[in-house]
Design a protein around this ligand. Structure first.
Ligand code: MG
Length: 279
């Protein structure tokens, strides 16, 4: 398989990411799929979607879980609403995550991923979050799947500690360098080096630091125009021996034309660096 195939974050219906047509128009060979709503997670829907991506020559490299009621409005809202951390929705979302893993299996996809939420070690709920993560890992294991945790909401050290506490050999990392900046959770390149042995998928996304990192959002910007240092990011992935897809994520669904143009530009940036680094 080609090293570092370009990818894009995509969706079927309501989820985040671009529509499949956009991926096709931009001739992107791989996608990470944001899990569709429950009504769309049927065998027929999976078969129809697989037919469609097959015709377009697109491979699905991961299925991302997401849940109703999640909001990325600001950092405290993320902590309150995202992933398996909020206690009041944890049981139902854990169950839904198992269903999403089963849907991914119908699609023949062996990577399931999610934003777990803010993993706070001093939180009395920490042990319970470890427990449900084990449950999701074990279910994924039965499906011959790995579970990838999206980075950014915690420091690299906190993530390493969490992975060690879960004690499952199919738990890995989807590294997002821009999230480290957006959430103010650490310099992305040193963080990547720290968690590198667990990195099995990545997002290519860029951002600028906030004036008060961790208290307010940084700003997501087009790839190559932020503080990530994309060249250094790719060189580091190369040194780590990462060969998987480079999945572009650009979340400005309210501006589809600009989103498409910026993804096209991001493909250009990645291809330029690929040519330099892999030459
Ligand atoms: Mg991401």
């Amino acid at each position: 398989m080609e090293k570092w195939p370009i990818g894009v974050f995509a969706s079927i219906d309501a989820g985040l990411g671009v529509q499949l047509d956009v991926a096709h128009e931009l001739q992107v060979p791989t996608i990470q799929l944001h899990a569709p709503s429950r009504a769309q997670r049927t065998e027929e829907a999976a078969r129809a979607f697989l037919d469609r991506v097959g015709q377009l020559g697109i491979r699905i490299t991961a299925v991302f879980g997401g849940f109703e009621g999640e909001s990325y409005a600001d950092i405290p809202t993320v902590a309150r609403t995202v992933g398996l951390v909020p206690p009041e929705t944890r049981a139902a979302r854990t169950q839904e995550m198992l269903e999403i893993a089963d849907f991914a299996r119908l699609l023949g996809v062996d990577v399931v991923a999610l934003h777990l939420g803010f993993i706070a070690h001093d939180d009395p709920e920490y042990a319970n979050v470890v427990e449900v993560t084990r449950r999701v890992c074990d279910h994924c294991g039965q499906n011959d799947q790995a579970l990838h945790l999206e980075t950014g909401q915690e420091t690299a050290d906190a993530l390493l500690q969490f992975i060690a506490d879960v004690q499952r050999d199919n738990l890995f990392v989807n590294f997002d360098p821009a999230n480290m900046i957006l959430y103010g959770s650490g310099e992305p390149i040193p963080a990547l080096k720290k968690v590198g042995r667990y990195v099995r998928s990545v997002h290519c996304k860029d951002a600028k630091w906030a004036d008060r990192p961790g208290q307010e959002w940084g700003t997501e910007v087009p790839l190559g125009q932020g503080d990530v240092d994309i060249g250094q990011y790719l060189k580091t992935l190369h040194e780590l021996g990462y060969e998987g897809p480079l999945t572009i994520e650009r979340e400005i669904p309210q501006e589809p034309e600009r989103q498409k143009a910026e993804i096209a530009q991001a493909i250009g940036v990645l291809n330029e660096w690929k040519a330099k680094i892999l030459a």
